[in-house]
Design a protein around this ligand. Structure first.
Ligand SMILES: Cc1cc2nc3c(=O)[nH]c(=O)nc-3n(C[C@H](O)[C@H](O)[C@H](O)COP(=O)(O)OP(=O)(O)OC[C@H]3O[C@@H](n4cnc5c(N)ncnc54)[C@H](O)[C@@H]3O)c2cc1C
Length: 452
């Protein structure tokens, strides 16, 4: 009998397990694949250090600060260098820096003059009343179409690979939604929040962009070490949970092909919504359907490494491409300009994103077709004479990013009902509480508190 079985050894499961271990809980962490980390996987090859999943996180809440403070002896936080502040957005085929201050906001060609004036009146517009209003509707109403197309749309592409016409801010961007609901305005709310008193830890929540020296896998390895490898089992196939009188029985087929069972008072799931049907066969279909219907977009991530770089000057975070520009790439991250040790001296490393909610046709392309798209688009966008990368990897993410759309309220309610009906069963993971790494770290803490 274990106190807790955690299922899924991605960042959420690892953080939850580590928080439970800190409180001395007896637990087992089960993972279906052959390694821990989930979508996080850092790889060294041919002089480059690249990420196969997320490339960087944001210090967006105190749990991220605490995590890195606690793990300092085993993993070294690396904050992105000053280039991170320069972000490019494509307009009419040219990269334009996203304005960082008032002067730049007035002179930028990204927004129309009408919308630049319109923004001055943003604090005086009434708050919306429809909790299911889409992000596109909210931004158009408060800031105008050019802000939607050339600021918010690229931001949403960068975070969700999503569509502002489908994402609902109440669920997808709750901080933004609450600015309008609580303070009546984005600008007014942001200013007022800056004057609120903060603890020392809260002051460190400065939205810096982070990675880890040696790549993000350093973080998941450090968590694995702190949890204890003996408490983690990989290669567990066909995991299924059953309700029993004393709690739950968790059964799986181990690496040797043998069936194993462990009983637990509590089970925390951190797997994707699409995995829950087979994991929790005792859940009723109507309840389950409201959770598993969560839409995950597919994303194609292409890693490009050049030992010698002679193209566009890489003094920035990267470039995002608004949907209205009608290009075949979503964006390009300049990884070697942000973090150390990513490419040989004088070289460059990029993560290029393709596909997403509005370009599933790109995801369906063969590798050859996707390569042809890159051969055409990348040199043009990055001012290269020819396309001869020294590192070229195509990574397909079939369930990349969950889209928090209008059905999210029903999903959250179904999760609440399941947890109420089955005490000790907790449904975590990216089906709720946000999609970024900082959200996952924060949820890991919340999941452990729910058990404690
Ligand atoms: C391509 C991509 C790019 C991203 N970029 C960023 C970024 O730049 N910044 C950022 O903050 N966030 C980014 N994210 C989001 C971030 O990576 C995730 O939110 C986070 O890493 C997810 O962690 P997780 O543990 O919730 O899920 P996962 O990493 O998916 O882990 C879930 C684990 O559960 C396991 N599992 C699944 N089913 C079962 C089962 N039935 N039994 C047992 N185990 C199972 C899986 O094998 C996996 O190991 C990105 C995500 C993707 C896919």
């Amino acid at each position: 009998m274990k106190e807790v079985v955690v299922i899924g050894a991605g960042l959420t499961g690892l953080t939850a397990a580590w928080n439970l271990r800190k409180q001395g809980k007896d637990l087992l962490l089960l993972e279906q694949s052959g390694r821990i980390g989930g979508v996080i996987n850092s790889v060294r090859e041919n002089g480059f250090l690249y990420e196969e999943g997320p490339n960087s996180g944001v210090v967006g809440n105190v749990e991220v600060v605490r995590l890195f403070n606690d793990l300092a002896a085993d993993c070294e936080l690396e904050l992105a260098n000053h280039h991170v502040k320069r972000r490019f957005v494509l307009k009419n085929g040219r990269w334009q820096p996203l304005p960082g201050g008032l002067k730049a906001a007035v002179t930028t060609p990204l927004f129309t003059w009408k919308d630049k004036f319109r923004i001055l009146l943003e604090p005086f517009r009434p708050a919306g009343k429809n909790p299911h209003e889409t992000l596109a509707g909210l931004v158009r109403r408060r800031m105008g179409n050019s802000f939607l197309n050339y600021a918010v749309d690229p931001f949403i592409i960068g975070v969700y690979a999503g569509d502002p016409n489908r994402l609902v801010p109440k669920y997808a961007l709750p901080k933004l939604y609450n600015l309008e609901q609580q303070y009546g305005s984005f600008i007014g709310g942001t200013v007022k929040k800056q004057f609120q008193s903060k603890t020392e830890e809260e002051k460190q929540v400065n939205r810096s962009v982070f990675s880890v020296k040696g790549g993000l896998s350093g973080l998941t390895r450090a968590l694995e070490k702190r949890i204890g490898k003996e408490r983690i089992q990989c290669n567990c196939r066909q995991i299924a949970v059953q309700k029993i009188a004393t709690g739950y029985a968790v059964t799986w087929i181990n690496e040797a092909g043998l069936s194993e069972t462990v009983e637990a008072r509590n089970v925390i799931s951190t797997v994707g919504a699409h995995q829950l049907g087979s994991l929790l066969p005792f859940l009723g279909k109507p309840q389950l359907d409201k959770i598993t219907s969560l839409h995950y977009t597919r994303v194609l991530e292409v890693v490009l490494g050049f030992k010698e770089w002679k193209g566009f000057p890489l003094n920035g975070f990267g470039g995002l491409i608004p949907f209205v520009e009608k290009r075949d790439l979503l964006g390009v991250l300049f990884m070697s300009s942000l973090f150390s040790d990513r490419a040989p001296e004088g070289g460059a490393l990029f993560s290029v994103f393709m596909g997403g909610v509005r370009r599933q046709d790109i995801f369906e392309m063969t590798d050859r077709q996707a390569t042809e798209v890159l051969e055409r688009e990348f040199p043009q966008l990055m001012q290269l004479d020819h396309f001869r990368p020294d590192l070229f990897k195509i990574i397909r993410h079939y369930h990349a990013i969950p889209q928090y759309e209008a059905d999210s309220g029903e999903r959250f309610e179904a999760i609440r009902q399941v947890e109420e009906e089955f005490p000790g069963l907790i449904l975590g993971g990216n089906l709720r509480d946000g999609i970024g790494m900082a959200d996952r770290i924060q949820q890991g803490k919340l999941l452990s508190e729910a058990i404690l």
